[in-house]
Write a protein that binds this ligand. Sequence first.
Ligand SMILES: NC(=O)C1=CN([C@@H]2O[C@H](COP(=O)(O)OP(=O)(O)OC[C@H]3O[C@@H](n4cnc5c(N)ncnc54)[C@H](OP(=O)(O)O)[C@@H]3O)[C@@H](O)[C@H]2O)C=CC1
Ligand SMILES: O=C(CO)COP(=O)(O)O
Length: 351
Amino acid sequence: MQRIHEKVAVIGAGSWGTALAMVLADNGHEVRLWGHKPEQIEEINTLHTNKKYLPEVILQDSIMGYGSLAEALSGVAIMVLAVPAKAIREVLRNIREIRDEPLNIVHVSKGIEPDTLLRISEVIEEEMPAHLIRHIVVLSGPSHAEEVSVRQPTTVTVSSKDMDAAEHIQDLFINQHFRVYTNPDIIGVEIGGALKNIIALAAGISDGLGYGDNAKAALITRGLAEISRLGTKMGASPLTFAGLAGIGDLIVTCTSVHSRNWRAGNLLGKGKNLQEVLDNMGMVVEGVRTTKAAHQLAQKYNVNMPIANALYDVLFNGVNAKDAVDSLMARMKTHEMEDLANVLVGRLQDE
Ligand SMILES: NC(=O)C1=CN([C@@H]2O[C@H](COP(=O)(O)OP(=O)(O)OC[C@H]3O[C@@H](n4cnc5c(N)ncnc54)[C@H](OP(=O)(O)O)[C@@H]3O)[C@@H](O)[C@H]2O)C=CC1
Ligand SMILES: O=C(CO)COP(=O)(O)O
């Protein structure tokens, strides 16, 4: 493939921003990695490392660290937004103060905002004036930074309201280690990426409690049912949840020690308290905040989400994790396939 080399600013120098900067540098783009800690930028520019986030990795010399947003974004048309969901508004407010040209914004964060219940692309639309947005694209899928940064085979999907923009970003990132698909369902891609973190927390708790593979398979499968149930009510295509941003990301996050959500859950299952776990993680655990949003979304859309609600009780209402599992198992019997259940109910009503 004949590649056009572009200038790209990656905003957020944590694990994922750094790993994606490396993919872009492998593809020959001019990569500016912005972070808000001067000592970290100094480390990136002198030692070519980012030890706190990717201790095993040496960055390409071509990746330049920036501490100034204005300098990082000067003359750049594409910005990869790689900060935790809760930092997005603050970062965008700073960017809109210093920017007057439109940007292609690629967001890679996996969250839903509690209270507003907005997806990240909607938060971006709310914070950035329309004249500063060319297109918004989301990149999501099963992709631990630790593996991407050492060029292990990885697949992701990109989505946008504008599929030409999604294909542009596909071309920007794709290479022989990092295979990028497109999917037109931006709602499903964002919902899948955000909600899998909740199930990963639950899977970690299950492992921490000493439960086995059966329990984890149940959480992944029934978790996917909850995500699909809510996602389709919010306008997503059910097919997206069978893809990389759905089951793909659920598998990788629920079964990997790289996952911060799984690791946090595992410590909770072993009896640690939430604050202690978050204080010691040193990286973002998106699922905690998203659990609040999912609890609210389940009410708003009147969707049955027993796993998300049980997790909410464990995280925020002091319910013991083992008791939460017991309650989940003791619920009223039901059909596995909801369409089948609806057909049967309809048949009974007809008789
Ligand atoms: N890690 C991964 O494998 C993947 C992560 N993601 C998603 O990417 C997003 C970012 O995650 P990830 O990189 O892993 O998180 P990390 O915790 O590894 O890094 C977060 C980075 O954002 C910085 N940051 C936090 N708050 C602010 C702020 N207010 N202003 C500026 N910078 C800030 C942190 O700085 P500081 O050092 O000061 O804390 C840190 O550099 C999340 O939504 C995550 O779900 C998606 C796919 C894979
Ligand atoms: O989203 C991820 C992998 O696809 C990373 O998951 P964690 O945030 O749980 O580490």
